[in-house]
Design a protein around this ligand. Structure first.
Ligand code: ADP
Ligand code: MG
Length: 215
């Protein structure tokens, strides 16, 4: 049974413009790591934004974990979707420590559970010694790991990653790739990872979904 179901999704930025996403359908099983590969401008980020609820499709429907999140009559708000996101530019809060960044999405938990969850995440990502540091005191790779910890901490149904390695140098990228695959498998999270580099997808994903430029 499908854990994620995207059916005939069509999206355009304005009436009269060509569709950025045109009748796209695919499914994912739980725990699957799927890569989205396509050239710049092919709508990869837009697809993730549709799943996260940051854009609304013109047509089609999306179901995650048996719950309809969008169709012609339904729109579940982004914060109600249990979707975790990691972007290319980390987007950590610069004035918060690593620990505070990770706990940010855990406001629904009480203080001790929040602390416990944060410590678990630090351990998973081998960042325990960095809890009190600020983002500017970390390397790019470490910042990316914290961004991943922050996205995973609330235990989202699905993790969306948009070009997560594009700010990393080639050496670091190789290390992070294998580490990421390991972490995703360990948490058994369902994940969509966007990249324009086939090597990223090869190293991390179970399967690839190709999107092409259409204009
Ligand atoms: P990708 O992530 O694959 O590079 P995007 O999803 O960012 O592609 O963009 C897909 C297309 O939509 C591109 O042609 C882009 O120029 C266009 N686009 C992106 N954002 C906007 C916007 N806010 N308004 C109008 N067009 C946009
Ligand atoms: Mg993009």
């Amino acid at each position: 049974m499908s854990f994620v179901k995207v059916e005939n999704i069509t999206f355009r930025f304005a009436k009269g413009l060509p569709a950025v996403i045109d009748e796209l359908s695919f499914t994912m099983v739980q725990g699957e790591i799927v890569g989205i590969l396509g050239p710049s401008g092919s709508g990869k980020s837009t697809l993730l934004r549709l799943l996260a609820g940051l854009e609304i499709p013109e047509r089609g429907e999306i179901t995650i974990d048996g719950r309809l999140i969008v169709d012609e009559r339904t729109f579940v708000e982004p914060e109600q979707r249990c979707v975790g996101m990691v972007f290319q530019d980390y987007a950590l809060f610069p004035n918060m420590t690593v620990a505070q960044n990770i706990m940010f999405g855990l406001h629904k938990l009480n203080r001790s559970l929040r602390q416990e969850k944060m410590e678990q995440m630090l351990e998973l990502l081998h960042m325990t010694d960095y809890a009190k540091r600020y983002p500017h005191e970390l390397s790019g790779g470490q910042q990316q790991r914290v961004a991943l910890a922050r996205a995973l901490a609330p235990q989202p149904s699905i993790l969306l990653m948009d070009e997560p390695f594009s700010s990393l140098d080639a050496n670091l990228k190789a290390t992070i790739r294998s580490e990421l695959r390991h972490i995703l498998q360990k948490t058994n999270i369902t994940c969509l990872l966007v990249s324009h580099d086939p090597a990223d997808i090869d190293a991390i994903c179970d399967r690839v979904l190709k999107v092409s430029a259409r204009h």
